[in-house]
Write a protein that binds this ligand. Structure first.
Ligand SMILES: [Zn+2]
Length: 77
């Protein structure tokens, strides 16, 4: 899967975004290293994300990830 459409709650509004592999997600909750930007490595039922600062890679359920996204920064095409 190359991209996924998801709904994100963004300051009182629900917005519909496309998340592509390689995009950067700005999360509401920060990682333990204090960074809140994560690179998308895989999308699907689970997302595989890489912390931009410390490089930690982890899996997160899509529903959990949706709730935690603040904004999406699309990679340059
Ligand atoms: Zn980190």
């Amino acid at each position: 899967m190359i991209y996924l459409n998801i709904y994100v709650q963004c300051s009182e509004r629900i917005i519909y975004v496309e998340i592509y592999v390689g995009d950067i997600l700005q999360m509401k909750k920060s990682h333990v290293c204090k960074s809140n930007t994560m690179k998308v490595l895989r999308v699907g039922a689970d997302f595989r994300l890489e912390c931009e600062k410390c490089g930690h890679i982890f899996m997160i359920a899509r529903s959990k990830c949706e709730k935690n996204i603040k904004s999406v920064i699309h990679k340059e095409k």
